[in-house]
Design a protein around this ligand. Sequence first.
Ligand code: ISE
Length: 335
Amino acid sequence: MMLRVGVIGCGGMGKDHIRRLTNKIQGAEVVAVSDVFEESAKQAAEICGAKVYTDANELIHDPEVDAVFIVSPGFAHVDSLLAAIKAGKRIFCEKPLCTTAEDCLKVVNAEVESGKHLIQLGFMRRYDKGYMQVKEALATGEYGEPLMLHCTHRNPEVGTNYNTPMAVHDTAIHEIDVLHWLVDDEYESAQVIMPKVTKYSHSELKDPQIMLLRTKKGVCIDVEVFVNCKFGYDINCEVVCEDGAIKMPSPIYPSIRKNAAVSTTIDTDCFVRFKDAYDTEVQDWVDAASEGVIKGPNAWDGYLAAVTADALVKAQETGAIEKIETAVEKPEFYK
Ligand code: ISE
């Protein structure tokens, strides 16, 4: 049986997911789309031949919608999530879960109260082959305990409305989720070091930044976030362990010899770099949701990411080492 999906949010990312659900994913069909901008919803509906809504609530309560796919802007997630949980719909929510830790906790509490795992969160890096290979290598135990992680998250450039806190909320949020999952640990503290600012930035954006995270087991992580690096979308991760160092492979492109030089392509955006990861996470959600179960990153992961992001944003301002503390213990429900 096909999983009948309603997509909320028909911007660029929403349309990308609608195309994926329609053309690539097995076992799902998009039956409804919604956007506050009717024109966007209508354009999206042309991709998949779905019903059009301008009110997300109406889509959520449509009896023909089995599962809800939330791709609206982050600030709008909380209302749709709470309504969809109440309606008992299975949910895929793009990152972030919500824009504040407080709202994330409301969603966590609502899901726990419902007694059912309903939400998969779109932290797609956990589905990337490179990160999975590093995780598998660590799990063999052959390299001993992880001690340090050296990572880079580089974008060629960002828009003029991108500011200093967005380096955490929009960009490092991926490392925040994937790195503690990779080493199976929790964060304890955060610090941010601000190097000299690139000439390509502006007064509202300190770029680059070095973000430091320490885990409860003592693993030290450094992430270079550089969103105007100019040369490409460049994601790297190396885990230094007691008995070896594991470097994540980059996507493989041919090495070309021309004009007395050797060159290899670097991707230029996340949609190309993580294309396979997006496909795999959505297929995984459809397969699980069709069986009535939900796997993958969950609402608690979304709450943890929000708490960690808050500590990093505070550290950007204070320059101090900031504690990362959740307001409540992890509920049994998520263990
Ligand atoms: C964007 O929202 C992403 O998710 C990208 O992966 C990240 O590299 C970029 O900085 C963000 O703005």
